[in-house]
Design a protein around this ligand. Structure first.
Ligand SMILES: *[C@@H]1O[C@H](CO)[C@@H](O)[C@H](O)[C@H]1NC(C)=O
Length: 415
C-alpha cells in the first residue's frame, strides 16, 4: 500500500508535463549537534568570527582581489536546512544532494580538488571523469555567514529528475568555510531566485530551464511535508507548475516587489489579541533555504515575549511544550489575505534524549534593506502553505497545504 503511494509521489511525469522532484527531510546540523549534546559548545566556541580567524590562513592567496558579490549582505545560515533533493552533473552522472534554495541563485557542489574538512564528508565533483565538462577557469566566492566559500566555475549537463539541462553554469567549491558544512547532510546548493542575485556563477538553473523550453510554464512550486519520519517523503519540488492534489482552496498571488530574492510585500504580522508588527507594511523574502520566520530584532523580541518564549544562553527561545494549546495564533497578512499560524505550526519540537523540548519558530536578525523592514518566511510558514513561484508573471502564490495524504496513511500503517 505504502509502496504504491510512494511511487505515485516520487519521480513520475504527470499528464500535464509536470516534473516532480522528491524532497527528503533530514536532520539539520543544529538537530544533530543538539542530539549529541554538542550544540552549546558549538555555539560558544564556533562563533563566525572565531571561524574566520581560525581558517583565515587557509585561504588561497589573492583572495582580496576576488569580487565577493551582492549576497554578502545576507547572512546565509544552512544550519537549520532540512529539505534536500538529488541532482546529477556530468557524463556519466555524478550524484549530489542539494538544498533547493529560493533564497539564492547559484548552483555549487564540492570539487574533487577541495581539501576542506567539509568536502571530505561529501560527494565531490570529478571534472576529469566527465566527458561533457566544459572548463571555465574563473574563480568565484560566495559569502556564508562570516566565511567565504571559494571555487572555480564550469559548465556541465545537469539532471534534475527526468529533466536534462544542457550547458549549465555551476561552481565547484575548492574551499568551504566553517563547521556547518562539515555536518551538513547536503553536498551543495541549487539556487532558485532571480539572476540578479547570482554571484559570478552565471545563468541560474531555472533560467536555463526556461531558456531551453524544458517546462510548459515558467513556474515551480514547493510542498514541504511536516512528517519527521525518515520513511515518509519530505516533500516535493514541482518544475513547470503546481499540483492541485497538494493544496486546497484558492491560490492567492503576491506580486514580486524586487526581483532578486522572491520578495513580496507583507502588510502586517499580528499576535492574536495583542500587538501588530509592521503595521505600515514590510517586505518579506520567501525562502525555502531558511527554516524559521526571521524578523527585525525589536519586533521578534516583543513577539517572543507575547508567545511566552524564554531565551537560553545560546540565543534560542524555549517554550513550555505543555502550553502549546493555550498559545496565541500568529497571523501574517499578505495582499489582503490572512495566513494563520497556530502554535503547532510555529513551535519546533525536538527530542533530546527521551524528552521533548519546544522552541519558538521565530528568530531575530536585522537584515539590511533599502526599503521597508525585511522579514524572511521560511519552512515554518512554507510547510503550512504550498508555495508557487511564477517567473512568467513575477508573483508568488500561496495555498493551504494538504497534509492529510501522508498522515492518514501513517495512521493506517501504525494501527
Ligand atoms: C544516482 O542516482 C540515481 C537515482 O537515484 C541512481 O539510479 C544512480 O544509481 C545513482 N548513481 C550513482 C553513481 O550513485
Amino acid at each position: 500500500m505504502r509502496w504504491t503511494v510512494l511511487t505515485l509521489i516520487c519521480c513520475t511525469w504527470t499528464a500535464h508535463g509536470l516534473i516532480r522532484i522528491p524532497l527528503r527531510r533530514m536532520l539539520s546540523v543544529r538537530t544533530q549537534l543538539r542530539a549529541s549534546n554538542r550544540l552549546e559548545v558549538f555555539m560558544r566556541d564556533h562563533q563566525p568570527d572565531v571561524f574566520n580567524r581560525r581558517y583565515a590562513q587557509c585561504y588561497p592567496p589573492g583572495i582580496p582581489s576576488l569580487r565577493l558579490g551582492k549576497s554578502s549582505e545576507r547572512l546565509y545560515n544552512f544550519m537549520d536546512a532540512q529539505y534536500y533533493g538529488l541532482i546529477s552533473l556530468g557524463t556519466p552522472q555524478q550524484n549530489f544532494t542539494v538544498v533547493f534554495d529560493t533564497g539564492s541563485s547559484d548552483l555549487w557542489v564540492p570539487s574533487s580538488y577541495c581539501v576542506s574538512e567539509a568536502c571530505g564528508m561529501h560527494h565531490k565533483f570529478k571534472a576529469f571523469e566527465s566527458s561533457t565538462f566544459n572548463h571555465d577557469g574563473r574563480m568565484f566566492g560566495i559569502h556564508y555567514g562570516k566565511g567565504h566559500m571559494l571555487g572555480i566555475m564550469g559548465r556541465e549537463i545537469l539532471k534534475i529528475g527526468p529533466l536534462t539541462v544542457q550547458n549549465q553554469e555551476f561552481g565547484e567549491s575548492v574551499y568551504e568555510p566553517g563547521f556547518v558544512f562539515v555536518m551538513a547532510k547536503f553536498d551543495g546548493v541549487l539556487g532558485l531566485a532571480y539572476p540578479s542575485l547570482a554571484e559570478e556563477l552565471g545563468t541560474p538553473v531555472f533560467d536555463s530551464i526556461m531558456n531551453q523550453k524544458s517546462v510548459d510554464q515558467p513556474i515551480f512550486s514547493f510542498y514541504l511535508s511536516k512528517s519527521k519520519l525518515p520513511r515518509d517523503p519530505g516533500g516535493e519540488l514541482l518544475l513547470g507548475g503546481m499540483d492541485e492534489a497538494l493544496y486546497s482552496g484558492p491560490i492567492n498571488w503576491n506580486p514580486v516587489t524586487l526581483k532578486g530574492y522572491w520578495q513580496i510585500k507583507m502588510s502586517s504580522i499580528q499576535v492574536q489579541g495583542a500587538l501588530t508588527f509592521c503595521p505600515h507594511g514590510c517586505q518579506a523574502i520567501i525562502d525555502t533555504g531558511t527554516s524559521l520566520i526571521i524578523g527585525p530584532t525589536r519586533d521578534i523580541l516583543a513577539l517572543q515575549q507575547l508567545i511566552g518564549a524564554t531565551p537560553t544562553s545560546i540565543g534560542e527561545y524555549l517554550i513550555d511544550c505543555a502550553r502549546l494549546s493555550s498559545l496565541p495564533q500568529v497571523t501574517i497578512m499578505l495582499n489582503g489575505v490572512e495566513y494563520v499560524l497556530t502554535a503547532e505550526s510555529y513551535v519546533r519540537r525536538e527530542m533530546m534524549g527521551d524528552h521533548e523540548i519546544c522552541f519558538s519558530g521565530f528568530q531575530a536578525e536585522d537584515l539590511p534593506s533599502s526599503t521597508d523592514p525585511l522579514w524572511i518566511l521560511g519552512d515554518v510558514f512554507l510547510s503550512d502553505y504550498y508555495s508557487i513561484y511564477d517567473r512568467g508573471q513575477d508573483r508568488v502564490g500561496f495555498a493551504k497545504a494538504r497534509h492529510t495524504r501522508y498522515t492518514t496513511l501513517d495512521a493506517e500503517m501504525d494501527r
